[in-house]
Design a protein around this ligand. Structure first.
Ligand SMILES: [Zn+2]
Length: 593
């Protein structure tokens, strides 16, 4: 790096943080403090929860072991203010948007991104859900402009995110693609050379923020499994590189820029043992731990996301030093505070100084009045749509899996999808991915609790928030059998967890828990008639599954694709036509040992 670009970086920092830089470095360097404090406040997997989330999504085990109500933008704001000091940089680990409630989703999540700016967020890693509406839409969210189809929101022209989105492992497939992802870094010869060997970044890999006269480098990473869990069309020009390799390139890049205090913001994480304090390290080592332990020893802190769990762990980096590895739950229920000291001479983090604390975003504090008003404005705007009754349920319809893997709500959604695709698409059966069912329908109503079984559009939308298209493809009986085998781990499609597709009522089959992969599924019947390997079957599913999402690769062999209504419209129509509707039985799949 040339001294001129270093100077430019330093000046950029001075401008960005106002007088802080000048105030923190006294003229007499001999009396300068040896270290300066930096505080990080981190959020992950907010998923547009501007209103306090309901049900189990709005509860959290606190440090004392008690289960308390948590989350909601106005409470997040109050807690952020309470924990922020003059040394604070607010950061996030992805999935701030996507799979969001209607109040955010109806406006392409602009309200949630604006909220993040209002609470002072400076840098966020992209999560897989930042790609839900595709790369082009993510760029609009980052840079501003009105939606190409729906136009401007009631708030006017979108100004763009007030924070930097970073994603070091998000690359263009085409090596000749033009990129603007490095504009903020300057492109010295060394930077160019480093990246020439690596690939063409589709997003800024890093963001540098100055605090108390020292630069802090933030490296963004998103789970490399993103192509399996995001609709293929929107990311067709992108590849998602190994997180560790990408972090190490980004770490070298930061070093070239003279930045040695390095923080990874990674949208990947681990599962935990249930019921633990958010400050416990109960994470079961998995994909997140691999990244936290293997990335370059120059990286001081690894803040994670994606698994919606809360944990604070100390892991060893490759050089054997302690490194923080944490996550802050989801839906704005936890804020992770990290305090650390940076040596002003070496500009590196004193690892022994790193202290972390997960704060539960309780609702016993006064909600921030400005944010309360902001959320109310958007609630008022969306109310005519959200509060419209679309049907009635006679009892709770849960998305909790029964032992067969079916849920009452999942089966009902599959029935609705079949009903919506029989005419036009000639669908014979429907299959719904369980991960796409994001909420239950409660008889008591949620979160208002009106208690009359009425389902509003807003409640239905909270169940099916992706705006996926219904499609129908022709599969052979053998391909359908393969799809059903691909529900289970152990196959060549690399299914990470067993994911039981929710079947329409006329599709029945048996699976064996103990049989080997490929021989688990038997006795597949449609309307009671056994399916043969060679028969053609018109299968309805959303475009995520038809594109091979959730590692259901056999779907991509389907032919004669027909596209129909949005999945939310199919669901709402089904509720309207069968009013009131009762929870369907969960007897479509038979399980044997
Ligand atoms: Zn995620």
């Amino acid at each position: 790096m040339t001294s001129r670009s270093l100077l430019r970086l330093a000046l950029a920092g001075a401008v960005a943080t106002g007088s802080v830089l000048l105030a923190a470095v006294p003229a007499d360097a001999g009396k300068a403090p040896k270290t300066v404090p930096v505080r990080l406040l981190a959020l992950n997997d907010f998923h547009g929860n501007l209103e306090p989330p309901g049900g189990s999504s709005g509860r959290m085990v606190d440090e004392s072991g008690a289960t308390v109500d948590a989350g909601g933008a106005a409470f997040v704001a109050t807690h952020m203010k309470a924990h922020a000091d003059k040394n604070t940089i607010a950061v996030a680990q992805g999935d701030l948007i996507g799979a969001t409630p209607l109040v955010s989703a109806a406006y392409h999540d602009e309200p949630s991104v604006e909220f993040m700016g209002k609470i002072g967020l400076k840098v966020a890693a992209v999560g897989n859900h930042e790609f839900d509406e595709g790369y082009t839409e993510l760029r609009r969210i980052m840079k501003g402009g009105c939606h190409p189809v729906d136009g401007c929101s009631p708030a006017g022209k979108w100004k763009g995110a007030a924070f930097d989105y970073v994603g070091a492992n998000v690359l263009f497939k085409n090596p000749n693609e033009k990129t603007d992802a490095l504009a903020a870094l300057g492109t010295s010869g060394q930077v160019k050379k480093l990246l020439a060997d690596w690939g063409v970044p589709a997003l800024p890999p890093v963001s540098v923020k100055w605090m108390n006269g020292v630069p802090i480098g933030f490296i963004g990473l998103v789970t490399r499994t993103t192509p399996n869990i995001v609709t293929a069309e929107g990311i067709k020009n992108l590849k998602f590189a190994d997180e560790v390799k990408a972090a190490n390139v980004a770490s070298k890049l930061l070093k070239l820029l003279g930045v040695k205090a390095q923080v990874v913001l990674v949208h990947e994480g681990d599962q935990v043992t249930a019921g633990q304090s958010p400050d416990a390290c109960s994470a079961v080592p998995g994909a997140g731990n691999r990244i936290a332990t293997q990335v370059d020893s120059e990286i001081d802190v690894v803040l994670s996301g994606h698994s919606h769990q809360a944990y604070l762990c100390t892991v060893k980096d490759p050089a054997g030093q302690n490194r923080l590895y944490s996550q802050g739950g989801s839906f704005g229920r936890v804020i992770t505070q990290v305090d650390l000291q940076v040596n002003v001479k070496t500009r590196d983090v004193d690892r022994s100084s790193v202290v972390a604390d997960n704060h539960v975003v309780t609702r016993t504090v006064t909600p921030d009045p400005e944010i309360s008003a902001f959320v109310q404005t958007w609630k008022d705007r969306v109310a005519p749509v959200a509060n419209k009754p679309v049907g009635t349920i006679s009892a709770d319809l849960t998305n909790t899996a029964t032992p067969s893997g079916e849920s009452p709500l999942g089966n009902l959604i599959a029935d609705g999808q079949l009903a919506a695709t029989t005419t036009g698409g000639n669908a014979q059966i429907a299959l719904m991915n369980p991960g796409g069912i994001r909420n239950s329908l409660n008889y008591a109503g949620s979160p208002a609790g009106e208690g009359d079984g009425v389902v509003t559009y807003g409640e239905a939308f909270a169940v099916q928030p992706f705006n996926n298209l219904m499609q129908v493809v022709t599969l052979t009986g053998a391909q359908l059998k393969t799809v059903l085998e691909q529900q289970f781990t152990g196959g060549p499609n690399n299914q990470a967890f067993t994911k039981i597709l929710q079947p329409s009522a006329n599709l029945t089959y048996t699976y064996s828990r103990s049989a080997a992969w490929g021989a688990k599924v038997s006795d597949i019947r449609i309307d009671g008639t056994p399916v043969t390997d060679t028969q053609s079957i018109r299968v309805a599913a959303n475009n995520f599954l038809v594109g091979g999402g959730d590692a259901f690769l056999a779907f991509t062999e389907g032919t004669d694709v027909w596209s129909g209504p949005l999945d939310i419209d199919a669901f709402v129509e089904h509720l309207a036509r069968n009013n009131p509707i009762a929870p369907p039985a969960t007897n479509r799949i038979t399980v044997v040992d």
